[in-house]
Design a protein around this ligand. Structure first.
Ligand SMILES: Nc1nc2c(c(=O)[nH]1)N[C@H]1C(S)=C(S)[C@@H](COP(=O)(O)OP(=O)(O)OC[C@H]3O[C@@H](n4cnc5c(=O)[nH]c(N)nc54)[C@H](O)[C@@H]3O)O[C@H]1N2
Ligand SMILES: Nc1nc2c(c(=O)[nH]1)N[C@H]1C(S)=C(S)[C@@H](COP(=O)(O)OP(=O)(O)OC[C@H]3O[C@@H](n4cnc5c(=O)[nH]c(N)nc54)[C@H](O)[C@@H]3O)O[C@H]1N2
Ligand code: SF4
Ligand SMILES: [Mo]
Length: 862
């Protein structure tokens, strides 16, 4: 039987009903058939048909940002291969990249706008009818107007690190300037928020100082909670290549279970979840106790800070942690003596007891930081960020590197890995956050608002209406669930599956404790395939995906790169920018900004001029990209603006620290790393920020001179974006227990994450037959002793149940990951295995990023 999506859902509903009724019938979780087309449209590696052209592109999955060349014949994508001219990946792709072309051709692409007729069928793809774009756009715009009239936080936009730079910029401009609402946040809140707040609190400037070149030069690698072998595979192959080519290159893997990454590490330190906080502190303590920290570096470039209050966690209805966050932000400068005193508690013996890592292994790692002759590169991803103390963990990794003076030098430095293809370029750089404006600017700073008003041609004081940050992601969805947010538009994400504690919104087992607002609210989902989120929608906009439009992503090493348009989208699917501008035209109708129509200021003739008034439609797509770029670029290159007020304020705000090049350069160069500067007619990129040296060699010399407020130290380095004295902050942050710890009732830790072959909710990769066949279903990895304790064999079904919800999943003791006793691991890619029904939405009070990596569960045979 070919399972359609509908029959699949029905099967799931029946089995749920039986579970609810206490039935014990064993029913397998239905694994969907891949919905790939019968005839394979995309060749992989071997080309029997020669394409008409190879277009320049980048992969749309992970933050590595690999270059991809796309073979096009008769305006159709027929082949993909690695791009040797992309300096981030040098011709390599991973398995997802090699099969990338196939995501365009799934059988069930959304090709027509859908309008829900039957609200009682929300939660399924039933109850929709097809509609014309005009009808769907009119409806959405009228709902925005209706609910915006009730207040700015009634209408929400949930964006993504998978939106292009231009799409993110358009959403920010529409929401913040057009609709005067800060109720806009991205899925990057679930991913990079702790990294952002970590950067801002330590350096007052977001994003890494180093780059991928460090992977070729380091002597020691430390992975602090990153399974790079599966999640950043091309970067991992560069790390392993360095291990093979260098002498005495070491890799230390800190992790809560043995992963693919652990397999090639020299030292694998499996620690008890959350004790990473203590581990970082014991390294700092060692550097101080042995007097092996870099005294000159610390004296010149650092100051000590403490924000030490043990403030408890942010549970349940106390989910808006802003008050707690404020308190924690009220940290203070402390003396070196105080710092020394506070870390002194973290001896190897104490931390070994806490974490389960042998003291000798901890000491060996600490010695790497203490050795002045070793270049150490740290990398981390979600193990560190998805953490109730995610900001603290980021601070602590920087503390260790700052104490050791190992930062911002070739082969040496802390490198926060980014997950999504444009979490940096889009979410962070253009500011798709409730508190942000483009280029590190924030809404609650009057000078930042003035500067944005100048660039956006808004009257002085106009943006004062968005002075207060809007709802962050967790709050946004909780308020939607509670019925307080009444309109939601989501784009390039699949919140119905990927949010934590999804039981608040779904009724997979017939329970929807807070889901009423989801039923009653008006939800618009821009998507390319039916998903757990489109099921919740009132209107579905069919979107053009990947190379069906032109776009730009910004990757983890600050490289912005363009992908060219290669084919038309199917049916009536449209570019997300087209849909946003069309909605803007309707929703802003009748609104004035100063003397002008609001639409003309935001997108039209008094703004970026991307509207063709004669056609009553967008101008040419490439030209839209160029003009939006030119406007956005002024945030980072104010000296190019004709208005002296922009130049003056921009230089005061140091926005040039992110300077970007003219748009077409990015295609010509197959990507460029910011800050970008024109030197002798060439646009040069920066490899090591804050590092003095020639721009031609990739150092930030010009940046340091420009930003130094005349304070250039003429030393190796200057944290020029940081506070008045140009010093970075070494924080003391204490160990604090996880928010939920296993106990007698829920005796195991649950960790969730990913697998190499699938992308997040699997909506794209499960439609690629090769990837689906490789990993057709989610498996729960469990230690053999824990499996024996509940009397199961491999591939038996078990329930993984937390205080919030449960999911049924096959167990394995011989998976890729090998959890220690007491911990189970479940990936979240499979929509029939909703592990997020079990996770919790407890989050870091500073970054508001939830902890998907640890909660307490019990498991039992299904
Ligand atoms: N194949 C594939 N690649 C991807 C993605 C994908 O969906 N599929 N998604 C991309 C995105 S958006 C992201 S964010 C990244 C995620 O990349 P990763 O973070 O590398 O992957 P995850 O599977 O989310 O997390 C697994 C890691 O979390 C660590 N961990 C668990 N608990 C703790 C803890 O308490 N402390 C610490 N320090 N570590 C802990 C584990 O040790 C393990 O290394 O992957 C990106 N790359
Ligand atoms: N349990 C658990 N849950 C997690 C995590 C975890 O570690 N554990 N990690 C969290 C993290 S780090 C992240 S980043 C999130 C990711 O979570 P999401 O971003 O919510 O999940 P995706 O599956 O990446 O959703 C992207 C969607 O965009 C659609 N799409 C593709 N191209 C386009 C386009 O051009 N336009 C539009 N409109 N749509 C498009 C795809 O079909 C896909 O469904 O998941 C979070 N959830
Ligand atoms: S998924 Fe990541 S590593 Fe793989 S090809 Fe794409 S960008 Fe490169
Ligand atoms: Mo992510």
């Amino acid at each position: 039987m070919e399972l359609t999506r509908r029959s699949l859902l029905k099967a799931a509903a029946i089995s749920s009903a039986m579970i609810a009724a206490g039935c014990t019938k064993k029913e397998e979780v239905a694994i969907p058939e891949p919905k790939a087309p019968e005839k394979d449209p995309v060749q992989v590696e071997t080309q029997s048909i020669e394409p008409d052209a190879w277009k320049t592109s980048v992969c749309r999955y992970c933050g590595t940002g690999c270059g991809v060349l796309v073979g096009v014949k008769d305006n159709k994508v027929i082949a993909v291969k690695g791009d040797p001219d992309n300096r981030s990946s040098r011709g390599l792709n991973c398995i997802k990249g090699y099969y990338l072309g196939k995501i365009l051709f799934g059988k069930d692409r959304l090709t027509k706008p859908l309008i829900r007729e039957d609200n009682s069928k929300k939660g399924t793809m039933d109850g929709f009818r097809e509609a014309s774009w005009d009808e769907a756009l009119d409806l959405v715009a009228s709902k925005i107007k209706e609910y915006r009239a009730e207040g700015p936080n009634k209408i929400a936009f949930w964006g993504s690190g998978q939106q292009t730079v231009h799409e993110g910029y358009t959403s920010v401009k529409l929401w913040k300037a057009g609709l005067e609402s800060n109720c806009i946040d991205p899925n990057a809140r679930l991913c990079m928020a702790s990294a952002v707040v970590g950067f801002m609190t330590t350096f007052n400037s977001d994003e890494p100082m180093g780059c991928y070149d460090d992977l070729d030069l380091a002597d020691t690698f430390v992975t602090w909670g990153a399974n790079m072998a599966e999640m950043h595979p091309v970067l991992y192959s560069r790390l392993t290549a360095r291990k093979l080519s260098g002498t005495n290159v070491k890799h230390y893997d800190l992790t809560t279970y043995h992963t693919r990454t652990s397999e090639t590490a020299d030292s694998v330190m499996v620690f008890r979840p959350q004790t990473d906080l203590a581990i970082a502190n014991c390294i700092a303590n060692y550097l101080i106790q042995t007097d092996s920290y870099d005294k000159e570096f610390v004296a010149d470039h650092c100051q000590f800070f403490g924000g030490t209050e043990n403030l408890g966690h942010t549970w349940d209805d106390n989910y808006d942690a802003s008050e707690i966050g404020q308190k924690v932000m009220g940290h203070a400068e402390i003396s070196f003596e105080e710092y020394k005193e506070r870390v002194s508690e973290y001896t190897f013996e104490y931390v070994s007891e806490l974490s389960g890592v042998p003291a000798a292994a901890l000491e060996e790692l600490a010695k790497e930081f203490a050795d002045p002759n070793r270049k150490v590169m740290s990398t981390w991803t979600m193990g560190v960020n998805q953490h109730t103390r995610g900001t603290w963990m980021n601070n602590l990794i920087y503390s260790v590197h700052l104490l050791a003076g190992k930062i911002s030098q070739p082969g040496c430095g802390p490198f926060s890995l980014t997950g999504q293809p444009s979490a940096c370029g889009t979410a962070r750089e253009v500011g798709v956050f409730s508190h942000r404006l483009p280029a590190d600017l924030v809404v609650n700073n009057p000078e930042h608002r003035r500067f944005s008003e100048l660039i956006w041609n808004l009257p002085e004081g106009y943006l004062d209406s968005i002075e207060t940050p809007g709802f962050h992601t967790i709050k946004m969805f909780r308020e939607l669930g509670n019925g307080n947010v009444k309109f939601l538009w989501s784009m390039s994400n699949n919140w119905g599956q990927t949010l934590p504690n999804t039981k608040r919104y779904h009724n997979h087992e017939g329970i929807a404790p807070n889901g009423q607002g989801i039923m009653d609210g008006f939800i618009v989902v821009s998507e390319v395939y039916p998903t757990r989120s489109t099921e919740m929608a009132n209107v579905v906009f069919p979107a053009a995906m990947w190379v069906e439009r032109e776009g730009m992503f910004g990757n983890a090493e600050r490289r912005n790169a363009i992908f060219e348009k290669c084919q038309e989208p199917p049916g009536e699917a449209k570019w997300d920018i087209w849909a946003m501008v069309q909605v803007a035209k309707r929703a802003l109708d009748g609104k004035k900004i100063g003397d002008h129509d609001a639409f003309d200021v935001i997108f039209g003739k008094y703004g970026p001029d991307i509207w063709d008034y004669a056609k009553n439609d967008l101008i040419d797509e490439h030209e839209v990209c160029v003009r939006l770029w030119n406007e956005y670029r002024m945030f980072t290159a104010p000296h190019l603006h004709e208005n002296p007020a922009v130049q003056e304020l921009g230089s005061k705000l140091k926005t040039r620290a992110k300077e970007l090049a003219p748009y077409d350069e990015y295609l010509k160069q197959h990507g460029i790393r910011w800050p970008v500067r024109e030197v002798n007619g060439k646009w040069l990129e920066t490899k090591w920020r804050y590092a003095n040296g020639k721009q031609e060699d990739g150092y930030d010399e010009i940046g340091v001179e420009l930003m130094g407020d005349g304070k250039k130290k003429n030393k190796d380095l200057d944290f020029y974006k940081s506070w008045a004295d140009h010093k970075a902050r070494i924080y003391f942050r204490p160990f604090e227990e996880a928010a939920e710890v296993p106990d007698a009732e829920y005796p195991l830790w649950l960790c969730t994450g990913r697998v190499l072959e699938h992308w997040h909710s699997g909506s794209m990769t499960r439609r690629v037959p090769e990837l689906h066949r490789a990993v057709p279903e989610a498996l729960c990895e469990i230690h053999p002793d824990d499996a024996a304790a509940i009397g199961i064999k491999d591939h038996d079904y078990i329930f993984v149940e937390s205080r919030r919800g449960r999911t049924k999943v096959k167990a394995t003791t011989i998976g890729r990951g090998k959890p220690p006793k007491g911990l189970v691991y479940v990936p979240f890619f499979a929509e029939e295995t909703m592990i997020n029904d079990a996770t919790h939405d407890v989050h870091c009070p500073l970054s508001k990023e939830p902890d998907y990596k640890k909660c307490a569960v019990k498991v039992y045979k299904a």
